[in-house]
Write a protein that binds this ligand. Structure first.
Ligand code: MRU
Length: 338
């Protein structure tokens, strides 16, 4: 299965095409649509997921929302789709940043006679920008390898989560290509298993040696000296560097601090929310309790249990050794005001 090509999102023949990530790794199903409501649903259900990928997906959705709509109805169609897509997921700032860029473009071209083409070319530009940013994150990330390393990661940050080759995943990939990665430990990432289902799929396809383990094994691996550094992605970074990422990330940062292991975030600067000073202002998404009471549709606990199900946690910036962006590797104390 090693070299088989795959992609997560694309735009072909006036349709948005995505790989349904809820079915991976057992089924590789691509879905085509030109319906923005179907695109909003794909984001909500995590068929498409990962902060940069959902921003790009929403941008294509907005472009499609005005396709074949008669002139006088375009403003309403656009605003309705904008509001719908904005409600899909609350934590990743890339979603809102992409929607706002699309809104700006709409405002600039709304009197032209080809609004769909203008919006589509902006969505493609947002997509290409993420491809370029991923590439430079990967290259900048090479600086964190002090030797051939054993790396632990959480959730999924590869091609499946972005428009390009990934963030934290691309640092690992570039490191591997340079002979700097010995082994990768992928946390399974409960409850939706983005690690054991998606990161493992991408590691296998890329030919990188890896193991999957339950999230609760990270402390043991570290205490046995098996982890040289941890690297993960981000959904939103505050101006002081506090970082929201998949729930379980904060645990890893605390463990790294205790075991004196470097802990890195890799993310494009589009994940920095320049309107919030600290992580306390980040809205955390709470998911349906079914995601905890069942695994892959199989019920494992009674329905009447109360469930605590945040999808993300916030790691305080003093626990982060470096934030790898497409610009450079920032180190603590972080101050992203520009
Ligand atoms: O709920 P998900 O799967 O969308 O969460 C994704 C993450 O937490 C990723 O680590 C983050 O979006 C970075 S993706 C490059």
């Amino acid at each position: 299965m090693k070299n088989k090509e795959y992609f997560s999102i694309d735009f072909k023949n006036n349709k948005f095409v995505f790989l349904d990530q809820t079915k991976l790794p057992l089924q590789e199903t691509y879905i085509e649509t030109d319906n923005y409501e179907r695109i909003a649903e794909a984001i909500e259900k995590l068929e498409v997921r990962g902060a940069p990928a959902i921003g790009i997906t929403a941008a294509y959705g907005l472009a499609l929302s005005v396709k074949n709509i008669p002139g006088p109805e375009i403003q309403t169609a656009f605003s309705t789709a904008y509001e719908r897509l904005k409600r899909t997921r609350p934590t990743a700032v890339n979603l809102f940043a992409a929607l706002d860029l699309m809104q700006q473009t709409f405002d600039e071209i709304k009197t032209s006679n080809n609004i769909y083409d203008g919006l589509l070319s902006k969505a493609k530009e947002i997509h290409q920008d993420d491809i370029d940013k991923c590439e430079n994150i990967g290259l900048n990330g090479l600086a964190v390898f002090k030797k051939k390393s054993r790396v632990l990661t959480h959730c999924n940050t590869g091609k499946l989560a972005t428009g390009g080759n990934g963030t934290a995943f691309n640092v690992i990939k570039k490191g591997f290509e340079e002979g700097l990665v010995e082994f990768v430990y992928a946390d399974e990432t409960r409850p939706l298993l983005q690690g054991s289902r998606l990161t493992a799929f991408e590691l296998e396809r890329t030919g990188i040696p890896f193991a999957i383990q339950s999230d609760s094994m990270a402390a043991v691996l570290m205490s046995q000296g098996k982890v040289d550094f941890v690297i993960v992605g981000a959904d939103r970074i505050a101006l002081n560097g506090d970082t929201a990422n998949k729930v379980g990330t904060y645990n890893l940062a605390v463990l790294c601090n205790y075991h004196n292991i470097p802990f890195y975030i890799a993310a494009p600067t589009t994940t920095i929310d320049r309107e919030i000073a600290t992580g306390a202002e980040i809205e955390i998404e709470y998911r349906n309790k079914k995601e905890i009471t069942s695994i892959n549709g199989n019920q494992i606990t009674p329905d009447n249990y109360q469930v605590f199900s945040p999808a993300f946690d916030v790691t305080p910036s003093h626990l982060i050794s470096g934030i790898i962006t497409e610009e450079k590797v920032y180190i603590f104390p972080y101050n992203f005001i520009r």
